[in-house]
Design a protein around this ligand. Structure first.
Ligand code: FMN
Length: 301
């Protein structure tokens, strides 16, 4: 069963609930800006992502607020086209949330939230000392997505396209190979309603980079339609570059590694393809895709 919705049939704020609940988790740009008089502002934006890395391009979007007004961040950027985008980790979530309250223009949310402002090197707005990764950016372009002659429409976005000019990283977020470790950086994401996600611990997992494999379309039907193998299992099988040959499959059988399954099928009246699919599933869980294929192909020879 599927619910199909034409956004034109709902109020923008009604359809928005579906969007923010389903396009998630979203990273959070904790944006530090400054107005022409030097007043500092700090606010979170989860309409945010990386859009290129040559040049390094970050984009976030302050929406027109429910009163039809531009947010202070955007007003500041129109005066001073410089911003620090600070990432947000779990340790920062409550203070970050506090900065999103509707404070008067000119109120410094560093002070309201208790975050520590560190001077930036290449831009005027300060950066957040507690943030594990901070990006000093020059604003390249500001593009309103809902421009209208009748004024600003609440909810209309404004793409703020930023070039990264300098970045700072806490040293304790790296693993021994110098790669950022998701468990150490412990980032959070914004979801629908009041929900956030935390991207460390069991929530973080790895997926091996695929090769241009055989594709799920080339998996024999009896394997592809297995009730035991999941879509993720099929994805791993489809990423495998070349199917093992009949000789390799026979050799695997002769190695004796599957003997107990064949015995169980013969003497325990079990259905052999199910036993082989279950064993293949175990191999796939351990990313032993070749062995999974060699197991599955036993019924094909
Ligand atoms: C986690 C989080 C993400 C948010 N993302 C956005 C967003 O992408 N766009 C937006 O306009 N407001 C977003 N908000 C709301 C703004 O942070 C809020 O309107 C804030 O008061 C704007 O501050 P300013 O007027 O000082 O710029 C978000 C709030 C939170 C807590």
């Amino acid at each position: 069963m599927t619910t199909t919705i034409n956004p034109a049939d709902l109020q923008p704020n009604e359809f928005y609930r579906y969007v923010i609940g389903s396009i998630a988790p979203r990273p959070i740009a904790f944006a530090s800006t400054i107005d022409a008089a030097g007043n500092v502002n700090l606010s979170p934006f989860s309409f945010f992502n990386v859009f290129g890395y040559n040049p390094h391009t970050l984009v976030f979007s302050p929406s027109i607020n429910r009163h039809g007004h531009k947010k202070h961040t955007l007003l500041n950027l129109e005066e001073v086209g410089e911003v620090v985008i600070n990432v947000v980790n779990y340790a920062m979530v409550e203070q970050m949330s506090l900065t999103s309250a509707e404070f008067e223009r000119g109120v410094n949310e560093f002070e309201k939230s208790g975050f520590t402002a560190l001077p930036s090197e290449r831009v005027r707005p300060p950066r957040v000392a507690e943030s594990p990764a901070t990006y000093e950016c020059m604003v390249r372009q500001i593009i309103p997505t809902g421009a209208s002659t009748s004024g600003n429409k609440p909810g209309a976005g404004t793409l703020v396209i930023c070039d990264v000019v300098l970045a700072h990283f806490h040293q304790n977020i790296f693993d021994t190979n110098g790669v950022i470790d998701p468990h150490k950086i412990d980032l959070i994401g914004r979801m629908g309603g009041d929900w956030y996600s935390r991207t460390s611990g069991d929530a973080a997992f790895q997926v091996a980079r695929p090769q241009a494999g055989i594709g799920v379309d080339k998996i024999p039907h009896s394997i592809r339609n297995s009730v035991i193998l999941s879509g993720n299992d099929l994805g791993k099988l489809g990423s495998f570059p070349v199917l093992p040959t009949a000789d390799e499959t026979a050799e695997f059988r002769q190695s004796g590694i599957l003997n107990e399954l064949f015995d169980e099928a013969q003497y325990g009246c079990q259905y052999l393809p199910d036993l082989l699919h279950l064993r293949a599933k175990q191999y796939l869980a351990e990313n032993r895709v070749r062995e999974a294929w060699l197991t599955l192909l036993q019924t094909q020879v």
